[in-house]
Design a protein around this ligand. Structure first.
Ligand code: TNX
Length: 526
């Protein structure tokens, strides 16, 4: 009974995949056009973002009703719980989790690496993946195949379809700057839910900068009582206790999202320097900083207290963070003499390696002469590299590291949509349009850094110019949707016009979820 909807699918799917996958040119858009343009019912199925790698439409549809149950056992159970917790309020249906169900979620070997298989037929829905994380990604697709809750629909139909899907890159990140303006746990959780919808799987938290220190470190209470007490513009700031940070990590994990904590150093450290006079070479603490300049602060490389401090910070952060990475910034350290910078990064690298984590730094750390093997660089220069940034990035790759691609002129979500807007910055070739956020290939930005050297992509959201959730979402959406598709969908299958039409449909989900977004020009918004 539980397998009834597999009958009639299993063989055709195997045949289809056996022929389509090796060709690797079997694009979703190709199939939509050639096979199934006539079969889009009841919900137009072209809404999925990021675009699945392989998809065919079937005929007919499956409709959820009072008798629909969800079968998700063992490793699949948490994903099943997540799904029914979303769908019960949205549909008003009971959707019991039982041993037998029309919606079947399965963890078993044999599915696309990092991805999932999904089938909808008139008799049911089946999603399967190698692990729960992959299954969760399949559930995100299913959410977008269902009508958005806000439309008042009472018929929850899903068009028959077969999808086989996997990501281009394993690291698909968003970064949130909670240092320039502080955002409470509730906002961070909301953003985690926002990005989960897009199949992003990393949230990088920029936890310390000149304007604020946002994470409690045992033994260093002034970091938060002083360093956390302010923000850009002079507001009251805030910080996460270690229990709150753990809560964020656990919430992210329940969405199969890894937290990457960043403490930016040796520059971008005024908040720490203001908290402890002894951390300053002069022994005198600077005042708290409420402005938006960069490149004026530095830790004091030759003081032993600097190393006691950094060992405590990095060791505690590593213990609080289950993910494999610690981000140490390393950018814009104009106030650190170059020789000091070399020695600083080398020693930080040793501490990070001692915690068992892999170090990430902005690509500037490629300058360092000594780095733990495999250190990851985050590339933030433009899609046409300016002098130096390409070489620094290649220097990381030569030492066995990979790159996270976050070119500022396409991936920095804080860049203004239009120069007249009142939030956002514009240093990175703003205005930044949705077409530009979509229209780049991570593998052709830095020569010598191709597909194999790239860990993934990230969309940073710096917070100098905004302080509310609504502003945060406005800057992120829809450009973060473009970055998510850049990180997921094969390059050859990406076309702006096709993306823009799916994005316009996806906006119905943004609306239903109350996610603020910019109606950028060039998208056929409904
Ligand atoms: C650059 S690029 C920064 C941040 C700013 C941001 C504003 C880089 C690694 N750092 O310090 O917040 O620009 O757009």
């Amino acid at each position: 009974m539980a397998f009834k909807h597999r009958v009639g699918w299993y063989v055709p799917l195997a045949v289809v995949l056996a022929t389509a996958v090796p060709v690797a040119g079997a694009t979703i858009s190709g199939f939509d056009e050639n096979v199934a343009a006539q079969a889009l019912a009841p919900m137009a199925a072209r809404t999925v973002v990021p675009a699945p790698v392989f998809r065919v439409q079937g005929t007919g549809s499956f409709t959820l009703d009072k008798s629909t149950a969800v079968d998700a056992r063992d490793e699949a159970a948490p994903v099943g719980e997540y799904l029914v917790n979303l769908l019960r309020p949205a549909t008003g249906l009971p959707l019991p989790m039982s041993g037998v169900g029309d919606i079947e979620l399965v963890v078993e070997p044999g599915h696309p690496p990092g991805g999932y298989d999904l089938r909808v037929s008139p008799s049911g829905i089946w999603i399967a993946a190698d692990d729960a994380a992959g299954l969760f990604l399949g559930v995100q697709t299913l959410r977008q195949l269902l009508p958005p809750a806000s439309t008042g629909t009472t018929r929850f139909g899903v068009a028959s379809t077969t999808i086989s899907d996997q990501p281009r890159f394993s690291y698909r990140g968003a970064m949130l700057d909670v240092a320039r303006h502080f955002f409470p746990v509730s906002v961070v959780k909301r953003y985690i839910d926002d990005i989960a919808l897009l199949k992003l799987n990393v949230l990088h938290l920029h936890l310390a900068d000149d304007q604020g220190w946002r994470i409690a470190i045992d033994g260093w209470p002034r970091l938060t009582s002083i360093g956390g007490s302010s923000e850009v513009g002079g507001g009251t700031g805030g910080f996460y206790t270690q229990a709150q940070y753990r809560d964020i990590v656990a919430y992210a994990a329940s969405r199969y999202i890894t937290i990457v904590p960043e403490i930016d150093m040796p520059g971008h450290t005024n908040a720490a320097l203001a908290s402890y006079p002894a951390l300053n070479c002069s022994g005198v603490a600077p005042p708290l900083y409420h402005g938006t300049s960069v490149g004026f602060s530095s830790l004091c490389v030759d003081k032993s207290i600097t190393w006691t401090f950094l060992t405590d910070v990095l060791t505690q952060l590593a213990a609080l963070t289950p993910g494999p990475w610690l981000h140490v910034g390393g950018d814009e350290s104009a106030a650190t003499p170059l020789n000091d910078y070399y020695r600083f990064v080398a020693r930080v690298g040793t501490i990070v390696a001692g915690t068992g984590k892999t170090m990430i730094g902005w690509h500037d750390i490629g300058r360092s002469l000594s780095l733990p093997k495999g250190t990851i660089g985050e590339y933030w220069d433009f899609t046409t590299p300016r002098p130096g940034s390409g070489a620094l990035s290649r220097s990381l790759v030569k030492r066995g590291g990979k790159l996270i691609m976050a070119p500022a002129n396409v991936a920095y979500l804080d860049q203004k949509y239009a120069l007249g807007e009142n939030i956002g910055t514009q240093w990175a070739q703003a205005p930044l349009t949705i077409q530009e956020s979509y229209g780049w290939d991570p593998a052709t930005v830095v020569s010598g850094v191709g597909e194999e050297q790239i860990l993934g992509v990230e969309a940073p959201l710096w917070s100098e110019t905004f302080s509310t959730l609504s502003q945060l979402e406005y800057l992120a959406f829809p450009r973060i949707v473009a970055i998510a598709e850049v990180g997921w969908t094969p390059q050859k299958d990406r076309h702006f016009k096709d993306f823009a039409s799916r994005l316009a449909s996806f906006a119905n989900y943004l609306q239903a979820l109350g996610i603020n977004y910019k109606r950028t020009p060039g998208v056929p918004w409904h």
